[in-house]
Design a protein around this ligand. Sequence first.
Ligand SMILES: Nc1ncnc2c1ncn2[C@@H]1O[C@H](COP(=O)(O)OP(=O)(O)O)[C@@H](O)[C@H]1O
Ligand SMILES: [Mg+2]
Length: 350
Amino acid sequence: MPPLNKDTILNVLKKIPYPGFSRDIVSFGLVKDISIGETTTTIQLELSTPDENVVNTLRQTVLTSLQGLAPDHEFELQIKRNTPITAPASTIIRGQQLPGVRHVIAVASGKGGVGKSTVAANLACALAATGAQVGLCDCDLYGPSLSLMFGTREYPRATEDNIILPVHQYGLRLLSLAFLTDPDQPAVLRGPMVTRYTQQFLLGADWSGCDYLVLDLPPGTGDIQLTIVQTVALAGAVIVTTPQEVALIDARKAIAMFGKVNVPILGLIENMSYFLCPDTGKQYYIFGRGGGASEARTLNVPLLAEIPLDIAAREAGDHGRPIVLSSPNNPVSQAFLRAAQKIRATLPVH
Ligand SMILES: Nc1ncnc2c1ncn2[C@@H]1O[C@H](COP(=O)(O)OP(=O)(O)O)[C@@H](O)[C@H]1O
Ligand SMILES: [Mg+2]
């Protein structure tokens, strides 16, 4: 039986994966304190998840594993709850630099349905229009939409040593889970699979030669986003919101999350800013006016674009050719092209 000290306890805890992840609770930075007493040892964990199942599973696994280390000793587990993210920046493991990729940009939103994939797709096309080599990776494994937006269902090939080769379309390199699944079936993924796919798409694919790799993140500020941040070194994040307060609140949370893990915010993109009536040219502020601009001022981040609601933009996405490519002179495309110029100025390629 090994002696009971901090190291032997940590070694046991290092073998306990966070439920749904391959990474263990120690390297996730969740173990905050170990105090060893004569008869009782207290372990303190700090968890961000609102999911009671995760907490209960961890409680049980940790106690059972430690009891195996010293059956006659008493172990007490204190679980501190903290939302939405626990690990302070110092304990976060930063992601790795992808070989041959200049800048990895995450397109994120606090809330779903705000047009994140539309923004990711058009921003990627707009960056390519500046003359850069661009890759686009759909990390929203529960709602992959890039195959629809880029009108391809080509199956990605792999090299002999199992490196995934992104699909080429419109001069961009793409990967999406949608290329691998039946479009009529929902992607039924469990936590560990999400992590594995995400890591494979990012680390196991050939993105080399990309000036920009744009990631379409799943909405929200949970464990998947944290995994991505920890898998690959991000040059910055673009946050998508609509002008509505409900979306802005969640955008704020997303900005705070990236701040905690030291990822710079490249800026805010306000989508669905107004409806430009094609008949009269009048602007209708359907979701309220100026929400994105005032939020950007408050949070001291750049406002990269205000994208109007536009029928042609929706149709272009649905028909498999993003509007930046199908009608570059459309006001929506122009807004994306200006945003791409700003990003290129912040993250130069030459
Ligand atoms: N500016 C816009 N004008 C018109 N339709 C839009 C605009 N932005 C997004 N949409 C449409 O709204 C829907 C949701 O957008 P999507 O990009 O899939 O959002 P998310 O990825 O945030 O869930 C899509 O059908 C898309 O075509
Ligand atoms: Mg999406």
